[in-house]
Design a protein around this ligand. Structure first.
Ligand code: GLV
Ligand code: MN
Ligand code: MN
Length: 416
């Protein structure tokens, strides 16, 4: 009979797999550029699929390209215990954001195989499509359709900045699956992820027991002024769209600081047209986002943003269209799953603390349709969305061990 409490994943095998996956889209600065629905994403998915087949799992792909590798349960009619995250990265991403949660889950299955352990519930390892939202906005769209927040049609119609269509790109890389997206019961969902912030490392704590995900509001601005000559148009007569955009960038910062310390405000993408050094920009595309754990504070920030943007437009002789392209509500995770994570950390003798996720995660959408919780591990200096993102093999193994024990509690081990 297996000694369950002492069961551990194979940390060296997990680390090897993380390093192997990191070769796909590796950047000279040591990070990864494996953006969603690119040829490199296909290579990453193919490698994951090969590993899942080698671990005896059956792969299904839904119409959003979400991948679910399944290990049968003793009662295979029961809803699965699902674990997962994402393999896509930011353009200058790291090796671990998302990847740890997918390969950590695969390592859990490999370890169950090693020990010939069966579970009553089936187990599924998920790789969600387009978590990052870097190439196609909004982020977390694969899990968002799965949870019924977006329609399949609107997701497939999304376009990247070069005009490529999500659905066409998904088909091009061979991952437009046949399965319906979502609409099936999940017994429990666990997502392992690096914290992407500095709290755990600063406090020397092994594991973050994630109790909530904070809310986000994502915006797009189309600002229009008037293109004219940089050397001859008098300063008072200009209708400079880029100047208006710069003031909106500052507005995001100001509104977030007015709701310190928890509020965040960021503008990440700007395109000024026509993009010539001696032409006053006539139009600008700008993206911005706010984050906060409370919906009411996000609503107040939204109000301040809209009022401020209208004032900036009027002052500059501009028109400014604001579209909120996604609202991610603050999410409390399910008490039973959160407790399973806490219990697993305690049982493994790992130090742990409750924590709120500042980043968005697929778990935040899955939580709408299944009991869900997350496990955080530290990352060096809290740096993520950066090629220098770093973790230690010990941190990765500790997180995967918590994932193993939390998932097994829900999947119910049957002695092998
Ligand atoms: C996901 O990467 C996010 O933006 O939080
Ligand atoms: Mn992530
Ligand atoms: Mn990310």
């Amino acid at each position: 009979m297996t000694d369950l409490p002492n069961m551990r994943i194979d940390g060296a095998r997990l680390w090897d797999s993380l390093m192997e996956m990191a070769k796909i889209g590796a950047t000279p600065a040591g990070g990864c550029n494996r953006q969603t629905l690119t040829d490199l994403d296909r290579q990453g998915r193919d490698l994951f699929a090969r590993w899942c087949a080698a671990a005896g799992m059956t792969l299904r792909v839904d119409r959003m390209g979400n991948m679910f590798a399944r290990r049968a349960g003793l009662d295979d009619s029961l809803p699965p215990v699902m674990m997962g995250s994402h393999l896509d990265t930011q353009p200058t991403g790291g090796k671990f954001d998302g990847v740890l949660g997918v390969l950590g889950a695969l390592e859990v299955v490999r370890s169950l195989n090693d020990m010939k352990l069966r579970t009553r519930h089936p187990i599924e390892v998920a790789n969600w499509t387009n978590e990052e939202g870097a190439r196609f906005a909004p982020s977390m769209i694969g899990s968002g359709v799965f949870a019924g927040h977006y329609t399949l049609e609107e997701a497939l119609a999304a376009r990247d900045l070069a005009g490529a269509e999500f659905g066409a790109e998904l088909a091009r890389i061979g991952y437009a699956g046949a399965d319906a997206v979502g609409g099936r019961p999940i017994h429990a969902y666990f997502e392992l992820h690096i914290e992407q912030g500095p709290i755990l490392e600063d406090e020397g704590v092994d594991i973050g027991v994630v109790t909530h995900g904070q809310g986000q509001r994502w915006y797009e601005f189309h600002i229009a002024g008037f293109e004219s000559h940089a050397g001859t148009t008098p300063m008072p007569r200009r209708r400079d769209a880029l100047l208006g955009a710069a003031r909106i960038v500052e507005l995001f910062n100001r509104v977030a600081l007015a709701h310190a310390p928890l509020a965040m405000g960021t503008c990440g993408l700007i395109e000024a047209r026509p993009g010539s050094r001696n032409v006053i920009p006539g139009s600008v595309f700008l993206t911005g986002e706010f984050r906060h754990p409370e919906a009411a504070v996000l609503a107040a920030m939204d109000e301040a943003l809209r009022a401020g943007a209208a004032e900036i437009a009027a002052r500059g002789g501009l028109t400014c269209e604001v579209a909120e392209i996604s609202y991610y509500p603050p999410v409390p995770f399910e008490a039973g799953c959160v407790e399973a994570v806490r219990r697993a950390a305690r049982g493994l003798g790992l130090s742990h603390r409750d924590i709120v996720s500042g980043a968005g995660h697929d778990a935040c959408w899955v939580a709408l349709v299944a009991p869900t919780a997350m496990i955080f591990t530290p990352c060096v200096d809290g740096v993520s969305h950066n090629e220098s993102e770093r973790i230690s093999p010990e941190w990765a193994a500790a997180g995967a061990n918590v994932l193993l024990h939390a998932a097994l509690e829900k999947a119910e081990v049957v002695a092998g």
